[in-house]
Design a protein around this ligand. Structure first.
Ligand code: NAD
Length: 359
C-alpha cells in the first residue's frame, strides 16, 4: 500500500515540527509495512514570499491529488501588515473550503506524566479523554450578509449566523459515528434558549441520533458547557458544536492539559483529510530547536487512524510518545524540575527510536 501525503510545513516552527512528524511516520511505516509518498509544497507566509499568495494553485492541486495533508502552521509578524484577504491565515480557510473539510476533531487527552502541567487539580483532570467536534465551514464565520457599513454618523458591523439542515446533519452524523466507537456519549452544544439557528441545530441532532440508538445524547447550552469543562471535564466524551462555539470551547478544552505543544487535530469531511497541530507558528521560538513536535507527531497518528484506517500504527505512535514522556524527557514548554530537557529534533529522535524498538 502506498500513501500519498501532501506536506505543507508553512511558517515559523512549522518546518521544525513537521520534519519530526515525517520521520516518525517513516519509522512507523517501516514497522507496519506502509509506504509513504511525501510531496512538499509551500503555504502561508512562505507561499506569499515565493508566489505572492498564501494558497497557490500548485499547492491546492497537490493536496487534491493526495490522500491526506500534513500541515505545520502559518503566519507570523512579517505578514501581519498585509490585507486580510492575502494574509497567511487565509490559506487555512481556502484549504478547508476547497477540500470540503466541514468537521474539525480535537482530541484532548491528559497524559498521566503531564497531569501536573494542567491548571486544574490532578483529581479533577487525571484520565481526561474527550474530543471536540467543531463544525468548520458554516455558521457565523461564513454567513451572509457580513461587513461593516456606514449608518448615518456611525458604522455598523454585521455577521450572520446561518445553519441549514444538511450542514448540521453531516457534522452530527460524523460526531455520532465517532462517539459510537468511543464511550458512546455525545453532548451537543447550542444556545437554543436564544438563537433560532440553535433551535434547528437541536432538532436536527435529535433526528440524526435516531440512527445511533447505542449513543447517549445530551444537550447543553454553550455557557453551561464552558463552565462544566472547568468544573468536571471528565463527564464529556464527544462534544459537538457549531463553528464559533466550537472554536471557543476547543481552545478552552485544549488548555485543560496545560500545554498547547501536545495537541493534535484533524479536519475531515471531504475525500482528503487535513492534519495539523492546534498551535500556531510560534515566531517567538522559531528556528531555535525549542518547539515541542508532539502535537504534530500525534496529528500523524490521527492521519493513520482516520485517513488510512491503520489503528495499530496510530496506537504505536501514541504509545511511543507516552513512553518517552514516562522516561522523563521534556521539551522546554512542558519541562519541570528533575526531568531531562531536550530540543525539537531530539524529542523526535527519541520517539522514532521507541517505535523502532517496538514501543
Ligand atoms: P502560537 O500557538 O503560535 O503561540 C502561542 C504560544 O505558545 C507562544 O508562546 C509559543 O511559543 C507557544 N507554542 C506554540 N506552539 C508551541 C510548541 N509546539 N512548542 C512549544 N511552544 C509552543 O499562537 P500565536 O502566538 O497567537 O500566533 C503566532 C502566529 O501563528 C500568528 O501569526 C497566528 O496567526 C498564527 N496561527 C496559526 C495557526 C495555524 O496555522 N493553524 C493557529 C494559530 C495561530
Amino acid at each position: 500500500m502506498t500513501y500519498p501525503v501532501a506536506v505543507l510545513p508553512g511558517d515559523g516552527i512549522g518546518h521544525e515540527v513537521v520534519r519530526e512528524a515525517v520521520e516518525v511516520l517513516e519509522a512507523v511505516g517501516e514497522r507496519f509495512g506502509l509506504k509513504w509518498e511525501f510531496h512538499e509544497a509551500s503555504v502561508g507566509g512562505q507561499a506569499i514570499d515565493q508566489m505572492g499568495i498564501p494558497l497557490p494553485s500548485e499547492t491546492l492541486e497537490l493536496c487534491e491529488r493526495s490522500e491526506a495533508v500534513l500541515l505545520g502552521a502559518v503566519g507570523g509578524p512579517k505578514w501581519d501588515q498585509l490585507d486580510y484577504d492575502i494574509r497567511p491565515e487565509r490559506a487555512l480557510l481556502g484549504l478547508r473550503k476547497e477540500l470540503g473539510l466541514y468537521a474539525n476533531l480535537r482530541p484532548v487527552q491528559l497524559s498521566s506524566p503531564l497531569a501536573d502541567a494542567s491548571p486544574l487539580k490532578r483529581e479533577i483532570i487525571e484520565g481526561l479523554d474527550l474530543v471536540v467536534v467543531r463544525e468548520l465551514t458554516g455558521g457565523i464565520y461564513y454567513g451572509q450578509p457580513k461587513g461593516i457599513e456606514l449608518l448615518g454618523t456611525e458604522e455598523r458591523g454585521i455577521n450572520t449566523l446561518i445553519y441549514t439542515t444538511s450542514e448540521i446533519e453531516r457534522v452530527a452524523r460524523l460526531a455520532f459515528q465517532l462517539a459510537a466507537k468511543r464511550r458512546k456519549k455525545l453532548t451537543s452544544v447550542d444556545k437554543a434558549n436564544i438563537l433560532e439557528s440553535s433551535v434547528l441545530w437541536r432538532k436536527v441532532v435529535i433526528r440524526v441520533a435516531q440512527e445511533f440508538p447505542q449513543v447517549e445524547l445530551a444537550h447543553m447550552l454553550v455557557d453551561n458547557c464552558a463552565m462544566q469543562l472547568i468544573r468536571d471535564p471528565r463527564q464529556f466524551d464527544v462534544i459537538l458544536a457549531g463553528n464559533m462555539f466550537g472554536d471557543i470551547l476547543s481552545d478552552e478544552a485544549a488548555m485543560l492539559t496545560g500545554s498547547i505543544g501536545m495537541l493534535p487535530s484533524a479536519s475531515l469531511g471531504g475525500r482528503v483529510g487535513l492534519y495539523e497541530p492546534v498551535h500556531g507558528s510560534a515566531p517567538d521560538i522559531a528556528g531555535q530547536d525549542l518547539a515541542n513536535p508532539i502535537a504534530t507527531i500525534l496529528s500523524g497518528a490521527m492521519m493513520l487512524r482516520y485517513s488510512f484506517n491503520q489503528e495499530s500504527a496510530a496506537e504505536a505512535i501514541e504509545r511511543s510518545v507516552l513512553r518517552v514522556l514516562e522516561a522523563g524527557y521534556r521539551t522546554s514548554d512542558i519541562y519541570e524540575e528533575g526531568k531531562r530537557r531536550v530540543g525539537t529534533a531530539e524529542m523526535g529522535d527519541l520517539i522514532v527510536r521507541e517505535i523502532e524498538a517496538g514501543g
